[in-house]
Design a protein around this ligand. Sequence first.
Ligand code: TYM
Length: 390
Amino acid sequence: MNIFGSQNRREDSDFIVTPWTVEGEVDYNKLVERFGTSIIDDKLMERFVRAAGEDHHLLRRRIFFSHRDLDKVLDDWENGRGFFLYTGRGPSGPMHIGHIIPFYFTKWLQDRFKANIYIQLTDDEKFLEESRGLTLEDTLKWSYENTLDIIAVGLDPDKTFIFQNTEYIKNMYPIALKVARKINFSWVRAVFGFTHESNIGMIFYPALQIVPALFEKKRCLIPAAIDQDPYWRIQRDIAESLGYYKTAAIHSKFLPPLTGPVGKMSASRPESAIYLNDDEKTVRKKIWVAYSGGQPTVELHRKLGGNPEVDVAFQWLKFFFEPDDNKIKKLEEDYRMGKILSGEMKTLLIEKVTAFLEEHQAKREEAKELLHLYKYDGELAREMWKKIHV
Ligand code: TYM
């Protein structure tokens, strides 16, 4: 299947972003223009933080940098109508740190705004993506494994419903049909780059990723990296004609691969990512050989300084692992001046990542006992689930 969205494929294109591929070095300003989203400006950011009653470094540092209708979400919040949250995961293997970041941010949104969250596990999508070579049994198994990681984030079980497409399909199918009838082949071909060789499951699939944005008759806010935005574009074009709100979205940048600023972390290059099930030794090994912004020798580094813009260890600290702005500022300056060596930056990141994984993995163990609360027995889960079984 040709998975390069044709809207994304410009003659001058030096990078490509689709829900399935990130190639080249992403220019986020250009991407916002191509996708037709808006940058979160200072005014909107301040309004958002005021409504939340608290700041978050993912917002402050513009890791979540772009949006659709975030202002309308805040209007709804302020006038008491409220909104709901929707995000998801394609269970194709173990999750890496980039995959879990939107879930931590979604938890923060839930805590601050007391909103319901729907989490879609697209076991169907990952089976249909033939290039992955996964069996349906594989994607079922990864759905279970990934659900544990998602529960480990600590979402409110009474306000969170986690569902897996192959299990919950009966409930989604009537809405999916209404959605599918509004979308023709030319449209999804233009948005997703499908071809005559694409299997028909994949061609129908966008309807299923759109459905949860219609689960409530309220505005939906979708926190995710910007690669998923093409689905929301279609949802927004058809939602009102079906009697629903256009979905809102808040988009993040990509946590860069350990191997350097080009492309995205991928299972075919395990050295490019830290997986949530990596042990301490593996973490140390992978970070130690990560792409660095330092000079070839210590002498040169002390003299010329390093480049934090491309230093992956620094970028990871800034992206997620060091929430203290003063510390980040000092690290950046000291690295630029050659006071901090690349090895020291990496050691700091190794400590942070190891501590994070230790805690995450412990919570993941506890999640095995909590699964039912999110899939079947929590307040929201029960309400959603009984639509099929009662
Ligand atoms: P998936 O499994 O590819 O990705 C899961 C989530 O992780 C985000 N993401 C990243 N975030 C930061 N840095 C990265 N390097 C990085 N790589 C991926 C993705 O944007 C996503 O938020 N089809 C979807 C599953 C899905 C979904 C959704 C995702 C279904 N409904 C609604 C978001 C919102 C998928 O395969 O995601």
